[in-house]
Write a protein that binds this ligand. Structure first.
Ligand code: CA
Length: 487
């Protein structure tokens, strides 16, 4: 009996060791983007929730993510929640502040960083700031009500304005999202308080929505505001991390780095027409490597500590499984997940989820298992796509995209200080080869189906994807390979 018990205990230890055996990265540089409403519903009420995220932390960590970006969690009348009615609260569909605290505690145990979406370009038209301001404006009471200066009001129509009776207000996106007047000192005090509130809660930082729209695409004004916000956050918490959405061309994005905001998303490499997908289709690895180097130099010319924020798709984009075949999905994953900077994985991309067209289709419920009934969160109409895979199935299949993500991210996390933050040069091998040379190691992808033999001095080769024949100082790369070469 004692013997059996010992065996059981030993087996249990083996299993639990396996489950907790995650790489402790030198640098947390892998974020997992979650639309909470569609991620995991912990209580069966039809909406994904914060407890659902907490319950799936092991999954996220085993994938190889070291941080999470939560799309807006604040109370909001819409399903997407980019129109906030209370910047200090948690939307009741997602749970309670206690649930949020629990999530933070569980993430801290795992040394994972949480960043939350902060929407400063506009509030909801149902936010008490706005409804009070409209009342005051109507009653000629703006001398005593500070909220009037939080927004841009006018007695007559102007481009980008919406109307409420005979009052006009700036609302560039939609009448339900009045633009905030970020010049208001009182609003800035409020924003400072909001940022401090969430930093005190334990968040590691913020993802800033729509930063180019803050001053209606006036870059110097946007930079000045972001500079103020960055100082406000970093003076309070030096290690905080901020990543901005500036969905525009590289020349403007580079200039935005002058604000010293840590990161801006690189849209040029993302999506179907972006440089990652195109370099795979055209087999132009060298051109992609040259771009990565040039872009890094450019953003560092504005901010010495600039961290590129790389992604393949996000909640506003068509999912990549719709335009990349299986092998190319793996190739694309290898490329973006081993890029310098921080990388952002949109939930579901790792199982090849599908979704395109209108926004709701890009934010469909995560397919944990085909046994579960998939329900869209409340207020989100019944959109659906045929989903090719589930997490349950992918975990059992050694050849799955999910396993590929795990392999690549394990390598990234093992050498994260070098791959994510190290200085690098482009190694010219062939026009089909992407190779970044960090000195002690080289990250290499061969973006062609043909084989290629190269002469190179090396100590050791780790093949992460595809096949490589190695003889002394000579490597033959077969089609679609990813390798880490140690010098
Ligand atoms: Ca729920």
């Amino acid at each position: 009996m004692k013997k059996i018990l010992l065996i059981v205990v030993a087996l249990f230890l083996l299993v639990s060791c396996k489950q907790t055996a995650t790489i402790d990265p030198e640098v947390n540089s892998v974020y997992y983007e979650i639309y909470v409403g569609s991620f995991y519903d912990s209580d069966g009420d039809g909406s994904g929730d914060l407890n659902g995220v907490t319950q799936k932390l092991d999954y996220i960590q085993e994938l190889g993510a070291t941080g999470i970006w939560l799309m807006p969690i604040h109370p909001s009348p819409t399903y997407h929640k980019y129109d906030v009615t209370d910047y200090y609260g948690i939307d009741e569909a997602y749970g309670t502040m206690d649930d949020f605290d629990k999530l933070i505690t569980e993430m801290e145990k795992r040394d994972m960083d949480l960043i939350i979406d902060l929407v400063l370009n506009h509030s909801s038209s149902q936010h008490p700031w706005f409804t009070s301001a409209v009342d005051a404006y109507q009653n000629d009471d703006c001398d005593t009500v500070k909220y009037c200066e939080y927004y841009h009001f006018s007695d007559e129509f102007e481009p980008g304005y919406a109307s409420n009776g005979n009052i006009y207000y700036e609302a560039v996106f939609w009448e339900g999202m009045p633009d905030l007047n970020l010049d208001s000192e009182q609003l800035r005090n409020e924003i400072e308080e909001i940022a401090h509130f969430w930093l005190d809660k334990g968040v590691h930082g913020f993802r800033l929505d729509a930063t180019t729209h803050f001053y209606r695409e006036k870059t110097p004004e946007n930079v000045a505001f972001l500079q103020w916000f960055n100082r406000t956050v970093k003076d309070y918490q030096k290690e905080a991390y901020i990543v901005g959405e500036a969905w525009t061309g590289d020349s403007i994005v580079s200039k935005m780095y002058e604000s010293q905001i840590d990161s801006f998303f690189n849209f040029t490499m993302s999506q179907q027409g972006g440089r990652i997908a195109q370099s795979i289709n055209l087999q132009t690895g060298l051109a992609l490597a040259n771009y990565v180097k040039e872009y890094q130099s450019k953003i560092e010319s504005y901010s010495a500590s600039a961290i590129n924020a790389v992604f393949l798709s996000n909640h506003d984009n068509d999912r990549s499984a719709g335009y990349l075949a299986d092998d190319k999905q793996k190739m694309a994953a290898s490329i973006y997940l081993l890029m310098p900077g921080n990388v952002f994985i949109y939930y579901g991309e790792e199982i090849g989820m599908r979704g395109s067209g209108i926004d709701e289709n890009k934010r469909l419920p995560m397919v944990w298992s085909f046994d579960d009934t998939l329900t869209n969160p409340p207020q989100m109409a019944n959109y659906e796509f045929d989903q090719p895979n589930s997490v349950e199935q992918a975990l059992k299949d050694e050849e799955s995209l999910l396993k590929h993500y795990q392999t690549i991210l394990k390598a990234r996390n093992t050498y994260s200080e070098t791959i994510a933050r190290g200085d690098f040069e482009v190694l010219e091998v062939d026009k089909t080869v992407y190779a970044l040379d960090y000195g002690d190691l080289i990250v290499m992808h061969h973006l062609s189906q043909d084989s290629l033999t190269i002469d190179l001095e090396y100590k050791d080769v780790e093949v992460l994807f595809g096949e490589v024949d190695n003889k002394s100082n000579q490597l033959t790369l077969n089609g679609y390979t990813t390798l880490i070469i140690h010098r």
